[in-house]
Design a protein around this ligand. Structure first.
Ligand SMILES: Nc1ncnc2c1ncn2[C@@H]1O[C@H](COP(=O)(O)OP(=O)(O)OP(=O)(O)O)[C@@H](O)[C@H]1O
Ligand SMILES: [Mg+2]
Length: 502
């Protein structure tokens, strides 16, 4: 290969964490004007490799060449200065600050030594426009949604005009429309000659956007292929080093009687007149675009957020609205889509997080007795195949997909009657997804009720017994089992068909 056009070259790069060789002798060549995908199971070392490139570590080994010159990428500032831009898997925005302050962090425009507000706002608008996001730069990041935050993160990185752009699961919070828009941006940047590294667990995305793909397993590079010469099945086999078993779990029992009833539930400005009932042993799916009000509904269903009207009933008992404690005690659990901000305490151990929802039950007469739960925890860790399977590991040191499994373990340990899942498999690999799907199906087979919110259409359609669509804060239409086709859900979510009848 001629040296011209090689934007980034890695030779035998390794990075060790205490006790783990996360990246093991990786060679990688990324060309200017290509989208190079990196795939691999949870914990394969993808994020660690990208963080190395972004200058997060000063103790990696091996050589890294940027535009054919060797550089020691020992700090984020060095990486930025040689033109590397990184969009992190776990967003790096400061929630209490405004969108504008986040976008221009470290390079806010000044005038006579003071902040130049007009330029700050106009420059922010320009960056947001570039990615087609219509957002007031003055609002604080903590007030915007997860998917808007993801786009803000992207705009912020592009603001530094990188020549190598690293994207670690940039689409995990985006809807299909937004993914489409992001892909337009990526294609434009590629045509401008940027080298783009793209990490995703969605192989369909990889096949749509990438030119070449590198597969990682256990910290090593196992293959590199031209996309045009690869098939999804091949890639998956290389990722897991074997064949995939059936992704969607078979359901055993048929759903029983209706037991969770929601009537006319309204929170002004978020969702309106929402009514539905879920049966014992049923998985009730809610489809829709991001921003349609699904997460807001979920938060109100379990009493985190207030409601303005309507009722929630479980087994014939009316629940006090806006009371999280009562909802928890009644057996309603909510798995948040936002694991980093709200779901997990990253500095605490896996065991502490997984058992945090059952702490009251760990105590007998005021004595803390976690020992009784150790077996249950060990069982959960092994059935969800959390890696490493060490209950004492700090949660923040787990890979993104494994953190998601700990969050799920937390609610499975609590043994809820009604489990509301908001994007339960975000960021998990194909194999782990199957495990989580089986865990959800088993919960329903054990007679529990599951409400599944998912933007992953194959998942929503594959798991749900019934699906309703949320659109602009209203539940429209409902489809039963066999009538749920991906296409139909997509059309309904976009408002392209009036009403869905079964
Ligand atoms: N801060 C850390 N301290 C110790 N070990 C870590 C740390 N971060 C990651 N690891 C370990 O390094 C390995 C690689 O993790 P990494 O986050 O790079 O995986 P990944 O391929 O990005 O996975 P995912 O698809 O789940 O995001 C894993 O075994 C993980 O547990
Ligand atoms: Mg990762």
């Amino acid at each position: 290969m001629s040296e011209v056009g090689v934007a980034l070259e890695l030779r035998g790069v390794s990075k060790r964490y205490p006790g783990t060789l996360a990246v093991d002798g990786v060679d990688l060549t990324v060309l200017a004007g290509e989208v190079h995908a990196i795939v691999g199971e949870n914990g394969a070392g993808k994020s660690t490799l990208m963080k190395t490139i972004a200058g997060s570590f000063n103790d990696y080994s091996g050589e890294i060449l940027v535009n054919t010159k060797e550089v020691a990428l020992h700090s984020p500032a060095i990486a930025r200065s040689v033109g590397i831009g990184m969009i992190h898997q776990e967003l790096s925005l400061a929630p209490p600050l405004s969108v504008a302050e986040n976008l221009l962090a470290g390079r806010l425009p000044k005038r006579f030594g003071l902040l130049d507000r007009r330029r700050t706002i106009s420059e922010s608008r320009r960056l947001l426009e570039q990615i087609g996001l219509n957002l007031d730069p003055n609002v604080r990041v903590e007030e915007i949604s997860q998917h808007e935050a993801q786009l803000v993160e992207i705009a912020k990185t592009l603001g530094n005009r990188p020549c190598i752009l690293v994207m670690d699961e940039p689409t995990s919070s985006l809807s299909r429309d937004e993914v489409g828009r992001l892909f337009e941006i990526i294609r434009r940047l590629r045509n401008q000659g940027l080298a783009i590294i793209y990490i995703s667990h969605h192989l369909s995305e990889v096949f749509e956007i990438a030119d070449r793909v590198t597969v990682m397993r256990d910290g090593r590079k196992v293959a590199m292929k031209e996309i045009a010469e690869a098939t999804p099945a091949q890639i998956v086999e290389m990722m897991i080093g074997g064949m995939v078993s059936d992704l969607y779990a078979e359901r055993a029992a048929a759903p029983g009687e209706y037991r969770f009833r929601v009537t006319g539930l309204t929170r002004w400005g978020f969702f309106h007149e929402v009514s539905f009932s879920v049966r014992k042993g049923e998985i009730f799916g809610i489809g829709g675009l991001s921003g349609s009000g699904r997460s807001e509904l979920a938060r109100s269903l379990c009493g985190i957020d207030p409601v303005d009207a309507g009722t929630i009933e479980l087994d014939g008992r009316r629940l006090k609205p806006s009371c999280y404690r009562e909802a928890i005690e009644a057996g309603i659990a909510y798995l948040t889509e936002d694991r980093k901000q709200a779901g997990l305490a990253l500095r605490m151990t896996m065991a502490e997080n997984a058992l945090s929802a059952v702490i009251p039950r760990l105590c007998r007469l005021g004595v803390y007795l976690p020992g009784r739960w150790r077996d249950r925890l060990t069982e959960l860790i092994s059935s969800l195949r959390v890696s490493p399977p060490d209950p004492g590991a700090e949660t923040g040191s787990l890979s993104g997909g494994n953190q998601q499994k700990v969050l799920l373990a937390k609610w499975l340990a609590a043994g809820p009657e009604v489990l509301i899942l908001d994007e339960p498999t975000r960021g998990v690999d194909v194999g782990a997804k199957g495990i989580i799907h089986r865990a959800i199906a088993k919960l329903a087979d054990d007679g529990k009720s599951v409400i599944l919110i998912s933007s992953d259409l194959p998942e929503l359609v594959g798991l749900s017994d019934r699906i309703a669509i949320m659109r602009k804060g209203r539940l429209i239409g409902e489809m039963a089992g066999t009538d749920c086709a991906e296409e139909a859900v997509l059309l309904a979510a976009n408002g392209e068909v009036e009403m869905l009848k079964t």
